[in-house]
Structures are given as structure tokens and as C-alpha cells.
Unconditional design. Structure first.
Length: 182
């Protein structure tokens, strides 16, 4: 080594070693979370969810503003396949007061955006096996884009609903007993 030259250092084998050398603590990366707009809890009681798919939704400006305010009802919402596209029907997005004459119709059908393969798979299963497409959640992802969690569902029979209620009651009783002990 010549005068004024420094000895090359070997890079640390992993992040923990790098943090040890620099004196920094290792921090696990946080998952970006979106803002929940609406959750269709009734669908989870009425239907057995076979499969779920995240898809986009085509909205107007006033609808996005209304969603950001949390003004959405998914109680009567379902999805239909029409002309090769999947449409969400029955979702009620309340009018946005500041939009005045450029407002939207609250219960208009909204196009769901998904890849062609996903459309064929979901629409095919729904048509073949008599399953229903039900929106389970609407939320904004980390990038601020509105997304819909669409479920491929089979209707529950009355005895299945009773079974679900029994399980929920038993779980609630167990949780109460555990809290009493603490």
C-alpha cells in the first residue's frame, strides 16, 4: 500500500452486521396500510366465502370524494358479469354535497377493473357452479387507489348460520371467562 491509501474494507455479510458496525438498530419494514372505507359484515354471515380477489373500481370524482368521507353502503351490493365486464350493482355511494350539479347517481352500476384471466376465472366459476360475486370490502390502498375485495361466495343454509352463531357465542363466553381471570 502506498502513502495516503487506505486499506479496502470487506462489506458486512448481512444487514444485522451492517447495523452493528454503524450503531443503528434493525427495524422491520412496515407493511403499508390503506384506509378502510366499508366492510360488508353481513356477507360474511350470509355466505361461505370460497375465494377472494382484489380489483380496482371505475369511479367519478365526486364518488371518490364521498368514499374518502366514508359514505358507502355495501349491504345490498353484488357483482354481475355483463358483456364480458364485471359490474358492481347496488352499492350506495352517497352524493358529495360540494359537487352540486356534477354529482353522481348514488346507486349506479360501477365497473370493476381486473385482468382478463381473472374475469374469465371468476365469472366462469360463478356461472358454472351457481356461486355469487359479492363485494366484501372497499378501501384505499397505500397509493391512495380505491380497491374492492370481491368474494366468490356460496349461500349458507339456515343450519349453517345457526352454527356460526353458536361458535361466535362460545368464543365470546370463553373470552369473557379469560378476562374475568385476569
Amino acid at each position: 500500500m502506498g502513502k495516503g491509501q487506505t486499506k479496502p474494507t470487506k462489506p458486512p455479510p448481512n444487514k444485522a452486521a451492517a447495523n452493528k458496525q454503524t450503531g443503528k438498530k434493525a427495524v422491520a419494514p412496515k407493511e403499508p396500510e390503506g384506509k378502510m372505507v366499508s366492510d360488508n359484515r353481513k356477507a360474511r354471515f350470509r355466505f361461505e366465502i370460497v375465494d377472494a380477489l382484489e380489483c380496482g373500481i371505475q369511479l367519478l370524482g365526486s364518488e371518490v370524494k364521498s368514499l374518502r368521507d366514508g359514505k358507502l353502503s355495501l349491504d345490498e351490493a353484488y357483482a354481475r358479469v355483463k358483456d364480458g365486464d364485471v359490474w358492481m350493482v347496488g352499492a350506495d355511494i352517497a352524493e358529495y354535497k360540494q359537487a352540486t350539479i356534477w354529482n353522481h347517481a348514488p346507486k349506479r352500476p360501477r365497473k370493476l377493473l381486473m385482468k382478463k384471466v381473472e374475469k374469465e376465472k371468476f365469472a366462469g366459476l360463478a356461472h358454472e357452479k351457481g356461486l355469487t360475486l359479492v363485494p366484501l370490502k372497499v378501501y384505499f390502498n397505500a397509493r391512495g387507489i380505491a380497491k374492492v375485495l370481491l368474494g366468490l361466495c356460496r349461500g349458507k343454509k339456515l343450519h349453517d348460520k345457526r352454527e356460526t352463531l353458536k361458535k361466535n357465542d362460545a368464543k365470546r363466553d370463553i373470552d369473557r371467562a379469560i378476562r374475568k381471570r385476569s
